[in-house]
Design a protein around this ligand. Sequence first.
Ligand SMILES: [Zn+2]
Ligand SMILES: [Zn+2]
Ligand SMILES: [Zn+2]
Length: 157
Amino acid sequence: MAKVDNFQEMCVKTLKESGSRLTKPRLALIDCLANAKVAMSPKEIFQRTESLLEKSESIDTVTVYRILDRFAELGLVHRVSPNGDYIACTHLSCATSPHIMTRCTQCQAAAEMHIPEDIIAPLLWFMRTQKKFEPKEHLFQLDGICEFCVNKDPKTV
Ligand SMILES: [Zn+2]
Ligand SMILES: [Zn+2]
Ligand SMILES: [Zn+2]
């Protein structure tokens, strides 16, 4: 899948540009996130990454936390609140337009969505000029109920 390859390529590029070393644990962690279908907890990421590494290369949870912190700083991954699971950024090649991370409060499904510039621009303008708050992150989170859960139980709407 082009999208997954893209994430891995973009990670390698970003790490190189930031002067970070491309260690085997880092590359394994990138693979793990690229293939994740849902947001994963650091513990799940640790287990999956460990299984991708050769027996001779060990990794511990502290290293996984450190790598995830670094990746989040570089914008390669996002943390989903409030449980602190991680999700790969699926919009690394988008230069503009902030994204919205949706999280379903029932099934916990999280996804990063591309929002057209003209829809988001008035909100950012309002925050900047009326609220004197400068939005910096390329993503913010909206909690709600996903399409699947709405259809499953119409009473929840
Ligand atoms: Zn993103
Ligand atoms: Zn749901
Ligand atoms: Zn995008």
